[in-house]
Design a protein around this ligand. Structure first.
Ligand code: UDX
Length: 449
């Protein structure tokens, strides 16, 4: 099929590449000329496993094109996806300026029927606003052209985006016309060979489905972090509790890992936006507010541990930090817990020596050169001259460290594990005090060591 995708960010680029890989002819549009030129040369602006080869292959065989020319891109397509960013407004609601500007551009160039599909996470009611924006442009030039606006939210996870896109667990289609549903079903038919993964619904339900999914996942994490905070205080071990509750299939083992809070481009923004949406329709979403509040505090969990360990003062200390990205397998630093931790440490007069396998360039871009941040080339280099080690991203490369070497290199033998990667007993055997999240026993042990 002939497809156009507006926006070559995470969602747009991955969706475009994967749909091209499935045999469609995809044109990706972006207003950023430099980005389009780079993509045309096969340079991928983000680190995402498996993405580069499919972009290059499909670009080389003509199935995937990049352009800044909205007119030709709109003329090309039977289905036009909007996958541009929806950043947070100052009040936390989603800023739709990019989505609506694309809608107007589509309206200016549309010359025959097409389905316009919102792929970005957009508040309930956005499809109506897109429809109005397109219709106003059509009316402005006196054109009478039929079109539909549908919602087809994306559920991909960074780091697994290509896999999630090629093998989705569900395909949500929100559309009000048979024609639009028919075209989208045809597009996704190759993904449904073993069984039908498509869930067809009205547009507003589809829009809300995306927020509900992210809010549910964020809730699971904040819930576990809250239980971890209780576990710490009552002398229980959250890791045992996690296994104990995960064995109930109604709860399940997935997504109940406590830690230093959730980050990324979706959960923080979407929980806030849904809460604002609820408020806008006269409902006070107390649970969502609490999910956000717990996460806000959890991001400085390791800082609190550090402060308490160093008797309330980290001024002049140097903290080694393993991990900067908001999660492993990405270089994305959006809403990363590492940022809140580093900023709190800097405010308190401490220095940071950090290592991340992928996110160093992004960190440099965000913070520039500063005397209280050294970006290291490997994990052990970060320990050089450091007082303590904090771990905030659970990269595989950090799973089996040489604890004795860590012990020997640190000025103070103590490790703060923001992702519960290690067994307290193993770390302590190597002579290191250990702080995990919600692991009461080890915290009390570390205090006496
Ligand atoms: C998320 C959703 O998973 C995806 O379906 C949606 O389309 C976009 O948002 P992503 O932001 O890429 O994807 O990351 P995800 O793997 O879900 O992790 C989000 C954050 O939650 C990370 O900071 C991670 O460290 C944290 N997390 C995750 C936990 O703290 N505990 C867990 O058990 C799982």
């Amino acid at each position: 099929m002939k497809l156009t995708i507006f926006g070559t960010g995470y969602v747009g680029l991955v969706t475009g590449a994967c749909l091209a890989e499935m045999g469609n002819h995809v044109v990706c549009v972006d207003i950023d000329e430099n980005k389009v030129a780079r993509l045309g040369r096969g340079e991928i602006p983000i680190f995402e496993p498996g993405l580069e080869p499919i972009v290059r292959r499909n670009h080389a065989n003509g199935q995937l094109e990049f352009t800044t020319d909205a007119a030709s891109a709109v003329a090309h397509a039977q289905i036009i996806f909007i996958a541009v960013g929806t950043p947070s407004d100052e009040d936390g609601s989603a800023d739709l300026q990019y989505v609506l500007s694309v809608a107007r551009s589509i309206g200016r160039h549309l010359d025959r029927y097409a389905v316009i599909v919102n792929k970005s996470t957009v508040p309930v009611g956005t499809a109506d606003r897109v429809r109005e924006a397109v219709a106003a442009e059509l009316a402005g030039r006196g054109a009478i052209i039929d079109f539909d606006v549908a919602s087809n939210p994306e559920f991909l996870k960074e780091g697994d985006a290509v896999e999630d896109c090629l093998r989705p667990d569900r395909i949500v289609i929100g559309a009000s016309s048979e024609r639009a549903v028919g075209l989208l079903r045809k597009l996704y038919a190759p993904f449904n060979r073993s069984h039908d993964r498509t869930v067809v619904m009205d547009v507003r339900s589809a829009e809300l489905t995306k927020y509900a999914a992210n809010a549910m996942l964020a809730t699971k994490i904040s819930f576990m972090n809250e239980i971890a905070n209780i576990a710490e205080r009552v002398g229980a071990d959250i890791e045992l509790v996690r296994q104990g509750i995960g064995s109930d299939p109604r709860i399940g083992y997935h997504f109940i890992y406590p830690g230093a809070g959730y980050g990324g481009s979706c959960f923080p923004k979407d929980v806030q936006a849904l809460e604002r949406t609820a408020r806008g329709v006269g409902y006070n979403a107390r649970l969502l507010e609490a999910v956000e509040a717990v996460n806000h505090d959890q991001k400085v969990k390791l800082f609190d541990f550090l402060l308490s360990h160093f008797d309330g003062n980290v001024r002049g200390r140097t903290i080694a930090l393993w991990g900067l990205a908001f999660k492993p397998n990405t270089d994305d630093m959006r809403e990363a817990s590492s940022r809140r931790l580093m900023e709190a440490l800097w405010d308190a007069g401490a220095k940071v020596r950090a290592f991340d396998p992928e996110a160093r360039d992004e960190t440099r871009r965000l913070y520039g050169e500063r005397s209280d941040l050294v970006l290291c080339d490997n994990a052990y280099q970060a320990l050089d001259g450091a007082d303590a080690l904090a771990i905030i991203t659970e990269w595989k490369a950090f799973r089996s460290p040489d604890f004795a070497r860590i012990r020997a290199m640190l000025k103070e033998p103590v490790m703060f594990d923001g992702r519960n990667m290690y067994e307290p007993a193993v770390v302590e055997e190597a002579g290191l005090a250990y702080y995990g999240v919600g692991r009461g026993r080890s915290v009390s042990r570390s205090k006496v060591s």
